[in-house]
Design a protein around this ligand. Structure first.
Ligand code: SAM
Length: 262
């Protein structure tokens, strides 16, 4: 028996499959990478769009069937392996990623892809609706958190399609959404020290209901007191992390960096 179900909910709605491929907007000659091709519903359509399709499938049984079905097509290359551990740089640049991601590893694989953003032109990804709500959230919305900041820092994000759970077999408990991610040529905000920026972001959201002055205790010695209020980089620390924009987080991080850099 398999220890983990591998998120195998297969798309059975062909209209939706066509819409996904259309949304991916692949230009002639561009390479495509499909993560988790499964039973090949998107694979067969993608092979009409590109002459270079690399499909990465973890399940050996599915990989064997895919190889039998598409192996004779010179445009098709199958990699049996874990998409979360794959070295995407080995495939060159200008990659278009298309995937109905397995739920259990969706954010993990998406973060891995963002790590390889210099290799990637576009990502057309299907994820749990609830995760997409977090990715697209703006400051002040309850879904806004460190994942929103992470993805919006590196990518342009577009919500493309809502997909009901009835489009899959077996039917998952939740609905899905399709997004387009395009890596930005430069991160959305100018940050001197990205490691410090993300450390501050994670701390700011650590206890979501707490005020910044309580979540940012590590930097208490840098706080200013103005009229009995704590501030850092001019930001009122009675606010909660969820009210801060990417620009606010960049101001905080650049200010802390300037005060602490050796
Ligand atoms: N693309 C197919 C479709 O739309 O019907 C299948 C999608 S299904 C949600 C996810 C697929 O990803 C499954 O085929 C599963 O075996 C595969 N998979 C799960 N974890 C994986 C991983 N870490 N790396 C590569 N493939 C994975």
């Amino acid at each position: 028996m398999r220890k983990r179900p591998l998120g195998q909910n297969f798309l059975i709605d062909l209209n939706i499959a066509h819409s996904i491929i259309q949304s991916a907007n692949i230009q002639p000659g561009e390479p495509v990478v499909e993560i988790g091709p499964g039973k090949g519903v998107l694979t067969q359509l993608l092979l009409h769009q590109t002459d270079s399709l690399t499909a990465i499938e973890l399940d050996p049984r599915l990989a064997k069937d895919l190889q039998n079905r598409f192996g004779n097509n010179p445009s098709f290359k199958l990699i049996e392996g874990d998409a979360a551990k794959f070295d995407y740089a080995s495939l060159g640049t200008g990659l278009n990623i298309v995937s109905n991601l397995p739920y259990y590893a969706a954010t993990h694989i998406m973060k891995k892809l963002i790590h390889y953003r210099n290799q990637i032109r576009s990502m057309t990804l299907m994820l749990q609706k609830e995760v997409v709500d977090r990715l697209t959230a703006s400051p002040g919305q309850k879904e806004y958190g460190s994942l929103s900041v992470y993805v919006q820092y590196y990518c342009e994000i577009e919500r493309l399609l809502e997909i009901p759970n009835t489009a899959f077999s077996p039917k998952p408990k939740i609905d899905s959404s399709l997004i387009g991610l395009a890596p930005l040529p430069q991160p959305r905000v100018e940050v001197e020290n990205p490691k410090l920026f993300f450390k501050l972001v994670h701390s700011a959201f650590f206890h979501k209901r707490k005020m910044l002055k309580n979540n940012l205790k590590e930097w208490t010695h840098l706080f200013n007191q103005e009229n009995g209020q704590s501030r850092l980089a001019g930001i009122d620390l009675n606010r909660r992390g969820e009210t801060l924009s990417l620009e606010d987080f960049a101001d905080l991080a650049n200010h802390v960096h300037a005060l602490t850099a050796p």
